[in-house]
Design a protein around this ligand. Structure first.
Ligand code: AMP
Length: 299
């Protein structure tokens, strides 16, 4: 089954303590789509400007990502710039130039409206809602977010939450949303807002799922060296949705394994700038890390 993914399609300029890389292919939808494409066909919904490099379109195509829902508008592509501290965890945004995102109104081609799996990757919650309203009868809808929307669009986000199967957010966002220091109490509160599946991401410490069946503690793949963690969260949720769409059986039977696959794709994402490493990964390499995680967590 295919996964429809809407989110940002961006040019990212990323600064780490050792290197600087301007105008890489980035955006939540780009990272999530490439990650999902290892497992299932992907339909990308987004917008870019006329300055969007052709080689980046070629990268999407290499991953067989359906671009019928990618609008190319007059103007500049969304440009985001961030700088990491020495610990490679703390990041500050240096610049956000919305460009063509300012007037983006995602209208889905009819071929996209019956996708079974929908990932509303990080983008304004009103746009996420607008896309969801155009879907016919999705089997499973997941959304990601960021602190910006909790700050400036909370009512929109709360409205969206009522229509989600799964909501994915990081630990500081969960705290901001619920005012709970205890993660398990925060999870309880978020369930009350709508979604049956809530996943809290904890960066290099993995993630926690709270689902009808109970909790699952998903490890992060241990890395000796992180080059650039930008997009790791998007890769995680993209990989998870791609795997879920490919798996036989219901959500409950597969979501834990899907998180492990997401975690492994995210580990590759961290090993290169932007999408440089992820776009070179093979299914065999993914499988090897999944096996290793299994060995590391069995007792
Ligand atoms: P992550 O590292 O998972 O937080 O995701 C980083 C990605 O989010 C980058 O590729 C950015 O282009 C994208 N991004 C940054 N700010 C925004 C925003 N306001 N809306 C949508 N995407 C954004």
């Amino acid at each position: 089954m295919s996964v429809l993914i809407v989110g940002s399609t961006a040019l990212d300029s990323i600064k780490t303590p050792t290197r600087e890389n301007p105008r890489l292919l980035g955006g939540s939808a780009s990272h999530a789509s490439v990650a999902a494409s290892f497992f299932s066909p992907v339909k990308l919904v987004g917008v870019v400007g006329e300055d969007f490099p052709r080689r980046y379109l070629a990268l999407y195509k290499k991953h067989k990502i359906d671009l019928a829902g990618l609008q190319v508008l007059p103007g500049k592509t969304f440009h985001w710039s961030g700088e990491y501290e020495a610990n490679m965890n703390n990041r500050r945004t240096l610049l956000t130039e919305l460009g063509v995102f300012e007037t983006f109104n995602p209208t889905l081609p009819s071929t996209h409206q019956d996708a079974a799996f929908v990932l509303l990757a990080n983008i304004a919650p009103s746009l996420q809602q607008h896309v969801l309203e155009q879907m016919k009868r999705p089997k499973f809808v997941a959304a990601d977010t960021m602190d910006l929307w909790l700050n400036i669009a909370l009512p929109d986000l709360l409205k969206l939450l009522k229509h989600l199967d799964a909501f994915v957010l990081n630990d500081s966002e969960a705290h901001q949303l619920t005012q709970e220091d205890n993660m398990f109490l925060a999870l309880k509160k978020i369930h009350k807002m709508g979604p049956n599946y809530v996943i809290i991401k904890k960066g290099s410490h993995g993630s926690v799922l709270s689902a009808p069946q109970g909790f699952f503690l998903c490890p992060a793949y241990p890395l000796n060296r992180v080059v650039d963690p930008t997009g790791a969260g998007d890769s995680f949720v993209g990989g998870m949705m791609g795997y879920l769409a490919s798996a036989k059986g219901g959500i409950d039977a597969n979501i834990r394994r899907a998180m492990i696959y997401g975690s492994v794709v995210a580990s590759f994402c961290c090993e290169g700038f932007g999408l440089q490493r992820t776009t070179k990964v093979t299914r065999k390499q993914i499988q090897q890390r999944v096996k290793e995680l299994e060995r590391l967590t069995r007792y």
